[in-house]
Design a binder for this molecule. Structure first.
Ligand SMILES: Nc1nc2c(ncn2[C@@H]2O[C@H](COP(=O)(O)OP(=O)(O)O)[C@@H](O)[C@H]2O)c(=O)[nH]1
Ligand SMILES: [Mg+2]
Length: 361
């Protein structure tokens, strides 16, 4: 070691000392910062209480749409899983997809048009893997449903109440859906009067009264066996004189093969508009578990009453929600609301994206 290297050693020692000093300060700072964090955690929630609260929260949370569509989902997503499980697209792939679509009740025509389009793209080598195939099916199904307006028609300043007619076969869910719609419209700030146009069964008026009480709507009832048209007419007059915004008119539904029912509904519609109100919505209520029969019903009711929207009920218990595609593509009527259970909150605006996601996942 010579004299000239001494200053260099001092310099290195000084730098090392400086680095060490900075390190110590930084560590101390970090410790100092950590302390308040630890203090903030207290008081500690007992583990048992926290777990019980979590269970309670899960029980209290309403079932998601996805959960309620469990039946439709398990049926469809099983086939999707099986198609994805293969390394290639082959005859079994097409069979399985066709079966799944028909089981979901999209109808033969819709199934053929969906699969025909995909087969052409596979042939053209645009689609080569099962994953691409399923993605394409999903997006084609989506594009058939998205973009349709599902708003309920309400017109302001028409010189009288808006009238919404509920039509459909017996047991489809007309009265229940009417009650749920009343609650929703009242929550939107509208005043609602129910007209008990199902005069065939005494119990029908009772059932509607219960829904009126539950939702806070007014109600007009007629005598049992009375003329449904005049009950609805009276309801409209009464709503008009009380400045009520919306009349929800219930009707009776016998078998669709009963031609008298269609004639009667034609009359109901005509008479309902004889006073100050306007029919701005005719909602055909279809039970999702009845499948393709629903399509036949829709045709007849549309002929008689100019249906403006479909309420698809009992989708919670059905594996056949695919009827949505047949109704919208073949008849051009939008599915506006879907029923997912029996209570007042179980009627929701139909959301195609959510529906298709539930089918595929
Ligand atoms: N699970 C389920 N049941 C429903 C739904 N909508 C209606 N219901 C039930 O279907 C039955 C018939 O309904 P109702 O409104 O009386 O049918 P209506 O004859 O068309 O008026 C009742 O027991 C309802 O509670 C729904 O979306 N899901
Ligand atoms: Mg009823």
């Amino acid at each position: 070691m010579n004299n000239s290297s001494l200053p260099m050693i001092f310099l290195l020692l000084a730098i090392a000392g400086l680095v060490f000093g900075i390190g110590v300060v930084a560590i101390n700072r970090r410790k100092a910062r950590a302390v308040p964090q630890i203090q903030r955690v207290a008081p500690v929630t007992p583990v048992v209480t926290a777990a019980a609260a979590a269970v309670e929260a899960v029980l209290a949370a309403p079932l998601s749409v996805r959960d309620r569509l469990a039946k439709a989902r398990s049926s469809f997503s099983g086939a999707v899983g099986s198609v994805l499980g293969r390394s290639e697209i082959n005859d079994a792939t097409w069979l399985e997809l066709e079966e799944a679509l028909l089981r979901a009740d999209v109808g033969v025509r819709v199934a053929q048009s969906l699969l025909g389009a995909l087969q052409a793209r596979v042939k053209a080598k645009e689609i080569t893997t099962p994953t691409q195939l399923i993605d394409a099916l999903r997006s084609n199904m989506s594009s058939q449903l998205v973009g349709t307006s599902r708003d309920l028609n309400f017109k302001a300043n028409i010189g009288g109440p808006n009238i919404w007619l509920m039509v459909g076969v017996n047991g489809a869910g007309k009265t229940t859906s009417l009650g749920k719609i009343a609650a929703q419209q009242i929550a939107l700030g509208r005043t609602v009067l129910m007209a008990a146009g199902d005069t065939f069964r005494a119990a029908a008026g009772e059932q509607l009264s219960t829904w009126a009480e539950r939702s806070g709507a007014q109600i007009v009832r007629g005598a049992e066996g009375g003329d449904p048209s005049s009950v609805i007419f009276d309801g409209v007059q009464s709503a008009h004189s009380r400045n009520i915004d919306l009349v929800l008119a219930d009707t009776a539904g016998r078998l669709q093969s009963n031609t008298n029912l269609m004639e009667e509904l034609r009359k109901v519609r005509r008479v309902a508009e004889k006073g100050a109100g306007k029919v701005t919505e005719v909602l055909l209520v279809i039970d999702a578990t009845t499948g393709q029969n629903g399509l036949q019903q829709a045709r007849q009711f549309t002929d008689a009453t100019q249906v403006t929207g479909v309420v698809l009920t009992k989708l919670d218990g059905s594996a056949k929600g695919g009827i949505v595609f047949a109704i919208e593509t073949e008849l051009g009527i939008p599915v506006k609301l879907v029923g997912l259970g029996e209570t007042i909150d179980d009627l929701v605006v139909f959301n195609p994206t959510e529906f298709i996601d539930a089918l595929f996942e």
